[in-house]
Ligand binder design. Structure first.
Ligand code: PMP
Length: 437
């Protein structure tokens, strides 16, 4: 059951006070700060299944799941077992290991558009590397990205960026040089004619078009009917490398990610999160003729001391293998998340709030607006102050949501129907509280 007494966050608050003296803003990633919702971040101690426990002993139902990777819930025994089995053999070699080969084979089986794959340590590295390869392959400089999409903190992507950059009001980061910024062309999401115009205005100069095929980083936004196919056609026509950034959606929306769900084949794919089962890892891959440009097969340089780390690959292989062998989990995730999204919509309607709830598979967002949300502009019609009050009301009822309107929520297989019922009860009370109803 969920807590009924007000939370005590004394230990978290004390840690945050200490953290602010030593770490910029007190956190190691801005999305963890509670800047958009008030209050202080909650410091976590442990987690199992769908439940988090903080340093003060409070328990929360988790809808972040480490921003995606914990698709089986926290601390699944099969993943822990694999990690335990691996650590005795040393934590890193800086030399090739068998598991890297197995991981590459597994990724290729599950995502058939990937013919060759390189492991890295984060989603940021994956996207930075992918555009370098696309530039090397095409001999062109510019890339197209979409307003409100987030592709990690590489310089080229901190233009009209989503997620924390958007929440903090700095989508165009200082520190990115004009030289880099001018090579990133941005267009609104779900607007195919805008892409056509941008390609035409930069004829023969666009190396890559990168997008989240289902966007998680302006809140959850689905591609319009025919949109991904339209982008695929434009890229083919103009010799542009189409990169699906599936760092969030990979192995989550289907075993083969959004590309399987929508039946569109990109030229390159970037991955992260789920493939490490919670360990730091990322990957980029795609067509063999493109990927064979990567050093040492080709001349485009990309490297990493800890890449293909034995513990990360052990965790990742365990989680991916489990997903591969249990396709029914995706139906379960879809059903659970649909129940959550439908229930939330109904609660809002009953309270006279016609809020927009977007859902694709096990990702969803509740936008505090009555407009349909299809791009950044419509996402920004949300009432972020009301969202902040809702977030706090949910937190104090033991529901841990992303601390910003412009984020997706993630559901794990540990979310049972009983837990959905707890969520919905808290949702109703918190919507009331946030709106004085
Ligand atoms: N791409 C997408 C779509 C992401 O959502 C993220 C992070 N949330 C990244 C790239 C960057 O990944 P990382 O934080 O592991 O560097």
């Amino acid at each position: 059951s969920l807590p009924t007494t007000p939370l005590s966050l004394a230990t978290s608050d004390a840690l945050f006070t200490r953290a602010k003296n030593h770490i910029p803003g007190g956190v190691n990633s801005p999305v963890r700060a509670f800047r958009a919702v008030g209050g202080h971040p909650v410091f976590m101690q442990s987690a199992k299944g769908a439940w988090l426990t903080d340093v003060d002993g409070n328990r929360y139902l988790d809808f972040i799941n480490s921003w995606g990777p914990m698709i089986l819930g926290h601390a699944p025994e099969i993943v822990l077992e694999a990690v335990r089995g691996a650590i005795g053999n040393s934590l890193s070699f800086g030399a090739p290991t068998q598991r890297e080969v197995e991981m590459a084979e597994l990724i290729k089986q599950m995502v058939p558009s990937i013919e060759k794959v390189r492991l890295v340590n984060s989603g940021t590295e994956a996207t930075m590397s992918a555009i370098r390869v696309a530039r090397g392959y095409t001999g062109r400089n510019k890339i197209i990205k979409f307003e409100g999409c987030y592709h990690g903190h590489g310089d080229s992507f901190l233009i009209a960026a989503g997620s924390g950059a958007l929440t903090l009001g700095a989508p165009d980061s200082p520190g990115v040089t004009q030289g880099v910024a001018q090579d990133t062309l941005t267009v609104p999401y779900n607007d195919l004619p805008a892409v056509e115009r941008t390609i035409a205005a930069n004829d023969g100069q666009v190396a890559a078009l990168i997008l989240e095929p289902v966007v998680g980083n302006m809140g959850l936004v689905a591609p319009a009917e025919g949109y991904l196919q339209g982008l695929r056609d434009l890229c083919t026509q103009h010799g542009i490398v189409l990169i699906f950034d599936e760092v969030m959606t990979g192995f989550r929306l289907a075993r083969g990610g959004a590309q399987e769900l929508y039946g569109i084949t990109p030229d390159m794919t970037t991955l992260g999160k789920i493939i490490g089962g919670g360990m730091p890892v990322g990957a980029y891959g795609g067509r063999q003729d493109i990927m064979d440009n990567v050093a040492p097969a080709g001349k485009v340089y990309q490297a990493g001391t800890l890449s293909g780390n034995p513990i990360a690959t052990a965790a990742g292989i365990a989680q991916l293998t489990y997903l591969q062998q249990h396709p029914e989990l995706y139906d379960q995730l879809n059903r659970t998340t649909t129940r959550i999204a439908d229930g939330t919509r109904q609660i809002c309607r009953e309270l006279g709030l016609n809020y927009t709830v977007n859902q694709v598979g096990s990702m969803f967002s509740v936008f505090f607006t009555d407009q349909p949300v299809t791009d950044l502009e419509s996402a920004k019609t949300s009432n972020t102050e009301a969202f902040g009050r809702y977030f706090q009301a949910m937190l104090h009822r033991g529901i841990y949501l992303a601390p910003a309107q412009y984020e997706a929520l993630f559901v794990s297989t540990a979310m049972t129907d009983d837990l959905v019922a707890l969520y919905l009860t808290a949702c109703r009370e918190s919507m009331r509280e946030a709106h004085g109803l």
